[in-house]
Design a protein around this ligand. Structure first.
Ligand SMILES: Nc1ncnc2c1ncn2[C@@H]1O[C@H](COP(=O)(O)OP(=O)(O)OP(=O)(O)O)[C@@H](O)[C@H]1O
Ligand SMILES: [Mg+2]
Length: 450
């Protein structure tokens, strides 16, 4: 049956073109997409599906590092994106290792058939953050990583930079307690493949209690190395020792103060470190840095390329200048180990409370951003966008746009390219990512985590 004849005159036929042609027709508006490599994230709002694979894009030269920062206001879908992204990576046989400060990755871990490693003071699992991975022959590199972590923890605990003599005391203590580096028994970092026999002859990795003891009771040799007396060296290292002691004897003991618990299974595709027991601790950033240090050593020991290492709620580390420095320097190493880092935070000003132009905080934010060529930006408030548009490299149109994004939609900046992407969740994935349970009438009570 025919309807009434329209009075609007001849209808102009719709313009149909491929996204490749649209790019030529509307060069400043339309993007060709990143290709089809990797998992589908969702819908490119300008048309087509949006897939992303940091390793493929790195190989193609689109990005020069595989790291990602995910930013956005509370409840906008940051963690939901990360969880479904990790879930979809299963298709490619990729592994993911997650630091989970809110204890919300349990369903995802269960779906992968793994159990989160739950860390709590006095709990059954200990991780040694001074493990440095396999004996690689790179003793200097391993020793530097240990020193860098101990110094960062001390700076963070003391709330100030170390004096040169304190720094020297830390160096001397580490030299006294450990192998030069990289030579520890592999038992210290669980390994999914059979161990090489030569490693059983190596000394074990030092632990934080040993470092504290060496600071409080240095050897005469350590003092001689620094051309000082034992008494003076005790004084130099005393404040650092007393602060680090908190991880060893204080309220945080029993998590990072001994050799790594044997038998931890890292062979599975997903390893989750659940830190929800200490989520409200003022020391959360320090504890997350210890967990991240251990994970990094375990990643290198596992010798598996193309691993995704996620730090959710990364503001806790990045808001603390001491450990934020450490995280930034450790990200630089990741490429060499085939690791793509993903950090989730609320806003750029989480980065050690981004300070005045030229401040160390701004330098840190810039450094971390230049080491994270993929930025996934969910909705941000006006004030925050005004503060961070330059750092994020947003055009004025993009800056206006990110204040209006709905839950699940994000502006993706991948290298020099921009995409507006609506993250799509399948019905099978919703239960993996739901963090709104407590908002429903029948939802869990506070404390029913995971
Ligand atoms: N793309 C989406 N489609 C539908 N629902 C979504 C989507 N993304 C997130 N949600 C829902 O929104 C809720 C909040 O998401 P999520 O936990 O990822 O927020 P968040 O940004 O990580 O918040 P926070 O900053 O508090 O950690 C979840 O219950 C999730 O199911
Ligand atoms: Mg979240």
């Amino acid at each position: 049956m025919r309807g009434p004849t329209p009075r609007l005159g001849p209808v102009v036929p719709a313009h149909v073109a491929t996204t490749r042609h649209l790019c030529a027709a509307y060069p400043m508006v339309s993007e060709a997409g990143l290709g089809h490599a990797g998992v589908v994230v969702g819908r490119d709002v300008l048309g087509g599906s949006f897939a992303y694979d940091p390793f493929a894009l790195y190989g193609d030269g689109v990005i020069t590092n595989p790291n990602m920062i995910v930013l956005g206001q509370i409840g906008r879908g940051k963690s939901a994106f990360v969880k479904s992204y990790l879930w979809r990576q299963a298709v490619f046989g990729r592994s993911a290792w997650v630091i989970d400060p809110k204890g919300e990755y349990g369903p995802l871990a269960a779906a992968w058939g793994s159990t989160p490693l739950t860390l709590r003071p006095g709990g059954p699992i200990r991780l040694n953050p001074l493990d440095t991975g396999p004996a690689s022959g790179d003793d200097d590199g391993a020793a530097l990583r240990r020193t860098s972590l101990c110094v960062s923890l001390a700076v963070s605990c003391l709330g100030r930079d170390l004096l040169p003599r304190e720094r020297a005391a830390v160096d001397a203590a580490l030299a006294a307690v450990g192998p030069p580096g990289g030579g520890e028994q592999r038992g210290s970092v669980p390994h999914p493949t059979p161990r090489a026999t030569r490693q059983s002859t190596c000394r074990p990795a030092p632990t934080l209690p040993q470092v504290v003891d060496a600071l409080l009771d240095p050897t005469a040799e350590a003092a001689a190395t620094l051309r000082t007396t034992r008494t003076a060296l005790v004084e130099d290292g005393r404040d650092v020792a007393l602060e680090l002691r908190r991880l060893v004897h204080g309220d945080l003991r029993g998590m990072f103060d001994g050799p790594t618990t044997p038998g931890i299974d890292l062979a599975g595709p997903l390893v989750v470190l659940d830190l929800s027991a200490v989520y409200h601790s003022p020391a959360l950033g320090i504890l997350m840095a210890c967990a991240a240090a251990w994970l990094q050593s375990a990643v290198t020991a596992a010798r598996r390329n193309r691993i995704l290492l996620v730090v959710d709620e990364a503001w806790a580390i990045l808001g603390d200048l001491g450990v934020a420095r450490w995280l930034q320097s450790s990200w630089k190493l990741s490429r060499a180990f085939g690791v793509a880092n993903m950090a989730v935070l609320h806003r750029l000003s989480d980065l050690a409370s981004v300070g005045a132009a030229g401040s160390e905080q701004v330098g840190l934010a810039q450094g971390l951003l230049s080491d994270s060529e993929t930025r996934v930006i969910y909705a941000q408030p006006h004030g925050e966008v005004a503060r961070s548009a330059d750092l994020l490299g947003l055009t004025s149109t993009e800056a206006a746009l990110v204040t209006q994004l709905h839950r699940g939609t994000a502006l993706w900046k991948v290298g020099r390219r921009s995409f507006l992407v609506q993250h799509h969740l399948s019905s099978h994935e919703r239960w993996l990512v739901d963090t709104d349970g407590a908002m429903s009438p029948t939802g869990p009570l506070p404390g029913d985590v995971g």
